[in-house]
Design a protein. Structure first.
Length: 381
């Protein structure tokens, strides 16, 4: 059985989606090879490597006048050629709003093969309301235009969380929807960062991710400013300024605070070893997103033995069954949880980290999800 994944960009500009696509390909390739193959088709000049053994095809970059739809000439023809030459059994599309998804679906229809669409949170209620009224209106119009031309012909809609599934049911009643969570390869992570709890020499909260309004970094900064904790606590913020105006507002808010000197800005860290070292040394990682489909930061930090604070809107409704903590995406709730976290003894912090690690092993590891992906693909053949 040969699988073709399709996406738009496969680069650091869309690192979260690129990482998720890589995880799915690595999982399925490990089970299907050598009898079956897993391929990826993307656009532009990718700077995120695909897993070993995965075939990667790149179309020509979108034309300068392609606009937000990122119209890519030749994407459909190239996709059809790959499907026929490699005898693709299932086409798995990633993303919603750009031309490559539309083109890939038309190629699959012409070749008569089934399709899976992963929206990666783009169809969650909060995401559909962004950015602002004009952005929300554009998305509503696009969904109406593409209901018959794209979504109704897709064989399976993949949801990453139960919240994602509920949103898809509301938009596309009657469609087949399958829920498989994001997951990580613990063996690969452990080869870079050992899972034992780190010796915590300095106490800091850690945020890793894009500086974008959906991530709730402004809430985190304000909660840290007003938290009733001693001044030996620090906040490390690691990530690229995805929204320049928002990032500037964050820096100005931090500079105006009495605790501004306790907030450290590290910028993006692409080296996994360096990132995992920061995670292992953190007292807790904080992911205060308004909307998320299982942040990999929560999974990675927990796999490193570090507990995390996140919100119920990240799809981790079971997070407190391990050692994690949940807070609503507002300053008051987040501040109270951070204060409680700061009161842990080092023993409790380590115990929570290990409990979080066990939860990831049981529910959010590749060992738990890979067979489900292969079962889904085979059900479509």
């Amino acid at each position: 059985m040969n699988i073709l994944n399709t996406t738009d960009q496969h680069d650091r500009a869309k690192y979260g989606i690129a990482f998720a696509v890589n995880e799915i390909m690595a999982q399925t390739s490990a089970i299907l090879s050598p009898q079956g193959t897993v391929s990826l088709m993307s656009t532009g000049n990718p700077d995120v490597e695909v897993p070993a053994g995965t075939l990667h095809h790149c179309s020509q970059p979108s034309t300068p006048w392609s606009g937000r739809w990122r119209y890519t000439p030749g994407y459909q023809d190239m996709c059809e050629r790959i499907i026929r030459e490699q005898e693709i059994a299932v086409l798995h599309m990633h993303g919603v709003w750009t031309h490559p998804t539309f083109a890939a679906n038309r190629a699959a229809l012409r070749c008569g093969i089934p399709t899976v669409l992963t929206n990666h949170g783009h169809l969650m209620p909060w995401a559909l309301r962004q950015p602002g009224r004009l952005g929300a209106l554009r998305k509503q119009v696009y969904l109406k235009l593409m209901r018959e031309h794209l979504f109704q012909s897709i064989s399976v809609l993949h949801a990453i969380t139960s919240l994602d599934k509920n949103g898809l049911h509301a938009l596309f009643p009657g469609k087949r929807i399958e829920v498989i969570p994001n997951s990580i390869d613990l063996a690969q992570l452990d080869s870079i960062a050992a899972p034992e709890p780190a010796a915590v020499n300095s106490r800091y909260f850690l945020f890793v991710g894009r500086l974008h309004p959906v991530k709730g970094v402004d809430l985190l900064i304000e909660a840290f400013m007003h938290a009733d904790i001693s001044r030996d606590w620090r906040l490390l913020i690691v990530g690229p300024p995805d929204d320049a105006a928002y990032a500037d507002r964050l820096h100005r808010a931090a500079a105006a605070s009495e605790r501004g000197s306790l907030i450290e800005w590290r910028g993006p860290i692409w080296d996994p070893a360096e990132k995992y070292a920061l995670m292992r040394g953190a007292w807790a990682a904080v992911v205060p997103s308004y909307s998320e489909v299982i942040s990999f930061v929560n999974l990675e930090a927990s796999a490193c033995g570090t507990p995390t604070i996140t919100t119920p809107h990240t799809g981790l409704s079971d997070w407190e069954e391990g050692g994690g903590m949940l807070a609503e995406p507002d300053v008051a709730s987040l501040r109270l949880v951070m204060e409680a976290c700061a009161q842990w003894s080092e023993g409790e912090r380590n115990a929570r980290g290990l409990a979080s690690r066990r939860l990831v092993e049981q529910r959010y590891s590749t060992a738990a999800t890979a067979p489900r992906w292969v079962e889904l693909y085979r059900s479509l053949c």
